[in-house]
Design a protein around this ligand. Structure first.
Ligand SMILES: C[S@@+](CC[C@H](N)C(=O)[O-])C[C@H]1O[C@@H](n2cnc3c(N)ncnc32)[C@H](O)[C@@H]1O
Length: 261
């Protein structure tokens, strides 16, 4: 039976703009393309994120779930004095957004915990093998190393890990930590896609399959494609084309994107 992605289409086309978060349309399209392709290829597994904030990315993962698959949202879900503007509401916004969007989650799919206290064993016991894992929790060196190690430990052989802010100018230690970890694990992890905000990584045996799929994906047709190398291996880059960027700015100005859910 073909998977039904109507709710995911609705979220990405009409609702995602109203959820505060830290990535743009190219990342949404790439995650969508990867997750759907996995389902179409019969690649099964669970879907997880460390660092959920208001749920912008996690809701894509939840809406990608197929029969028998589970999602896992890991976050401190805590507000503090540093959280202002779009950073505020970490204690409530995820839960409010989930309710308003009508995204059903079982209780074990949300884990309020400091990821630094988790081990590969405790995480595996909770979620098993993961086909799509977003690492976007604490941005300090030790958080990134720890969280990427956790993600690698449960990553399925044909799964994908997504690392946030790898090239983010505001977060140099994310890049340093990820480079250290990817160098140490170069036989087990290979970056295959770079977008403005994220680095996509897979097992070396399947990285080329993902690259081949992405360059022909209709979801990324509007994005500008380049080919480069990273760690001496080929990697694909996607940026938003100037026309699409302009179109989105105009639409936002005209109020064509929903302001609230
Ligand atoms: C950049 S935000 C995540 C953005 C989100 N992925 C999105 O789609 O918009 C980082 C999140 O990591 C969480 N976080 C920071 N340190 C953490 C830790 N040690 N354990 C769990 N979550 C943590 C924060 O509470 C925050 O919600």
């Amino acid at each position: 039976m073909a998977a039904n992605f109507a709710a995911l289409d609705r979220y990405i086309d009409r609702q995602i703009e109203a959820v505060a978060g830290y990535f743009g349309p190219v990342e949404a399209a790439a995650i969508d393309a990867v997750g759907r392709w996995q389902a179409e290829q019969g690649i099964a597994g669970n879907l997880a994120e460390i660092g959920v904030h208001h749920g912008k990315l996690f809701f894509i993962l939840a809406l990608l779930r197929q029969a028998g698959e589970r999602a896992l949202a890991i976050d401190l879900f805590q507000d503090d004095g540093l959280n202002t503007g779009i950073h505020a509401g970490r204690d409530t916004a995820f839960f409010d957004n989930r309710a308003r969007l009508g995204i059903a989650l079982d209780e074990p799919e949300v884990w309020t915990v400091d990821s630094l206290t988790l081990t590969a064993e405790t995480l595996r016991a909770r979620i098993g093998e993961v086909r799509l894992f977003s690492v976007d929790g604490g941005h300090a060196y030790r958080n990134v190393i720890h969280d990427m190690r956790l993600a690698e430990a449960v990553l399925a052989d044909d799964g994908v890990m997504i690392v946030h802010d790898f090239f983010g100018v505001g977060w140099p230690d994310v890049s340093v930590a990820a480079i250290h970890l990817l160098t140490e694990m170069k036989d087990r992890l290979q970056p295959f896609l770079i977008t403005q905000y994220k680095l996509f990584v897979a097992r070396p045996a399947v990285a080329e399959h993902y690259r081949a799929m992405l360059v022909t994906s209709p979801r990324l047709r509007g994005a500008h494609l380049s080919e480069r190398t990273m760690f001496d291996r080929p990697i694909t880059l996607f940026n938003l084309g100037r026309r699409e960027l302009l179109e989105r700015r105009i639409k936002r100005k005209l109020g064509l994107y929903p302001k609230t859910l």
